[in-house]
Design a protein around this ligand. Structure first.
Ligand SMILES: [Mg+2]
Length: 239
């Protein structure tokens, strides 16, 4: 049973989320005259990131929907009295700067090109489908993937096995025949392994070691790693 398909994480795997968030937040805070209000750029960015992580986690558990999580991020940043409409407007203004900074990591298209003759491709993201559909289309990559499965519609978020298995079902393949590549060691690689997929940790920063995981530091290493799969005997003939 060789690997027949690759499921991809989106944010910080294909799409440079952290880079766009940083640039977008800096430009927005500057336009709002708020860069100095948090004790300097780095502290402002750190607070924005921390607030995002806190409220995104609440979105992933289903406690907040996507719109509510954005409003809560604005309130956590500016103060609890911000109205829904003011929060929506503030987030929309940030989003213009965020979106202007969107980019795909330079190793994504070469890796997809190298892997397309031998493997099918899909996407699995802890997000909402409408949001990621628009992003992938805007980035010119949506057509490279057969399916886009997101936690909000699926009702399960990575690292729950149901999330990975739901995406395998969308491809019509058993988990043993599917690789998952993502930037988070626990949420992506360990979660995928636990669900029976071939988990691959894309450690772009190279900051941490995790000897139990299949680890790559760039997507150029992915074709050789997939071809070297010997879980079921001989290496894959494709690659
Ligand atoms: Mg990610």
């Amino acid at each position: 049973m060789p690997i027949r398909a690759v499921l991809w994480d989106i944010d910080d795997t294909i799409f440079d989320y952290s880079g766009a968030e940083r640039t977008g937040a800096l430009r927005h805070l500057e336009a709002e005259g708020l860069l100095g209000a948090f004790g300097g750029e780095e502290r402002a960015l750190g607070t924005w990131r921390e607030v995002m992580e806190t409220h995104y986690a609440r979105f992933l558990t289903g406690e907040l929907d996507f719109t509510e999580h954005r409003r809560e991020r604005v309130r956590a940043f500016l103060g609890p009295s911000v109205s829904d409409s003011a929060a929506d407007a503030w987030f929309a203004a940030y989003y213009v700067h965020f979106e202007a900074a969107w980019s795909v990591f330079p190793d994504v298209v070469p890796a997809l090109d190298a892997l397309t003759p031998g493997y099918r491709h899909g996407l699995l993201s802890n997000s909402s489908t409408a949001h990621q559909e628009r992003k992938l289309t805007r980035l010119g990559l949506r057509d490279r993937f057969e399916c886009l499965v997101c936690s909000q519609e699926l009702g399960h978020a990575k690292p729950a096995p149901e999330a990975f298995l739901g995406a395998c079902e969308a491809l019509g393949l058993p988990p043993e025949e599917v690789a998952y590549v993502g930037d988070k060691a626990d949420t992506d690689a360990r979660g995928a392994d636990a669900a029976g997929l071939y988990g691959v940790w894309l450690d772009r920063t190279g900051s941490v070691t995790a000897p139990d995981l299949r680890r790559i530091t760039g997507l150029a290493e992915l074709p050789a790693l997939l071809a070297a799969d010997t879980r079921f005997g001989a290496p894959s003939p494709i690659g």
